[in-house]
Design a protein around this ligand. Structure first.
Ligand SMILES: [Zn+2]
Length: 303
């Protein structure tokens, strides 16, 4: 039995999974306010604190077991594929040009592989689907929208580490203003925060809007329809570029697929070119909660 550790780093949560192949042996979850740490301390002090917390969590999850053979991390940010440097991350305000793989490896005395969190989740879903020969497209609908593409058995990273930034595909010209500075990005319609924006009453979460939609609230149903149509347009664009027929949709919003499916299917069919209609297999993730950690744990095989 070879054990591996997969780590999912978020702005407020740190999750670690100890895996035996595809099987989760043990999971630990911490409330880790990394965003707050970055705001409260100098960048150098914040970075040392973050490294220390991750290293401590790695020690804890291994417990009395023998050491895990590999450690992989999914991190929310652009990671330069040449240097491993993370230029910045929206969840870690103030941090600039840090190298998590290099610094953590030095801290714990063991090699660490780091990849963008959506790419890690895409790789996890790819492994869970039995590594389809066609490769796989992944869309993760969470607070924002992330994406990954697996081709030839590996995440496709892009020259700047920015490949598959699908949350910023523009699906509505002159639409809602996005954090990236553009207007009409997918993230503004198909993420949890986008769905909350689509609803007439503010301050209600996407999860609560889903419950309202299921109880017959038409505005709530409309918010999810808009999410489905926007997502379908974006996926149709990506499929037309890469011609990969396996698409996995994960993240918290995908749990409301019953509210999205009808509008999504109709728009996808409309926006695809005729030769691709009916040939795209859409999978709703059944394991999106662990795909990020699992993919991170297996990254060493993919890079
Ligand atoms: Zn954007």
């Amino acid at each position: 039995m070879t054990l591996s550790i997969g780590i999912d780093v978020g702005g407020t949560n740190l999750r670690l999974g100890l895996f035996d192949g595809l099987n989760l042996v043990r999971e630990t979850r911490y409330h880790a306010d990394f965003s707050g740490i970055c705001k409260s301390f100098s960048a150098a002090d914040a970075w040392q604190t973050i490294l220390h917390e991750i290293a401590t969590a790695i020690t804890e999850i291994q417990g009395n077991d023998r050491q895990a053979a590999t450690i992989g991390i999914g991190f929310p940010g652009f990671i330069d594929p040449q240097t491993g440097i993370i230029a910045q991350s929206p969840n870690f305000p103030g941090l600039r040009d840090v190298n998590l793989a290099k610094d953590l490896s030095a801290y714990i005395g063991k090699a660490v592989v780091v990849e963008n969190d959506a790419n890690a989740a895409a790789y996890g879903e790819y492994c869970l689907l039995g590594k389809p020969a066609t490769g796989l497209i992944y869309f993760g609908l969470g607070t924002g929208v992330g994406g990954g593409l697996i081709s030839n058995g590996k995440p496709f990273i892009g020259f700047h580490g920015c490949a598959m930034e699908v949350g910023h595909l523009i699906v509505e010209s002159n639409g809602r203003l996005c954090g990236c500075g553009n207007r009409g990005c997918l993230e503004q319609y198909a993420s949890a925060s986008g769905i909350a924006q689509s609803y007439s009453i503010k301050g209600i979460s996407a999860h609560e809007i889903a419950e309202l939609a299921r109880s017959g609230d038409e505005m709530a149903q409309s918010a999810y329809r808009l999410a489905g149509e926007s997502l379908a347009t974006a996926i149709a664009h990506v499929v037309k570029v890469v011609d990969i027929p396996q698409v996995v949709i994960g993240g918290g919003v995908s749990q409301a697929w019953d509210l999205i499916k009808t509008a999504f299917d109709a728009r996808l069919d409309k926006d695809l070119i005729p030769v691709l209609r009916g040939k795209i297999k859409i999978h709703i993730s059944q394991t999106s909660d662990i795909a990020g950690m699992l993919g991170a744990s297996l990254l060493v095989n993919a890079i």
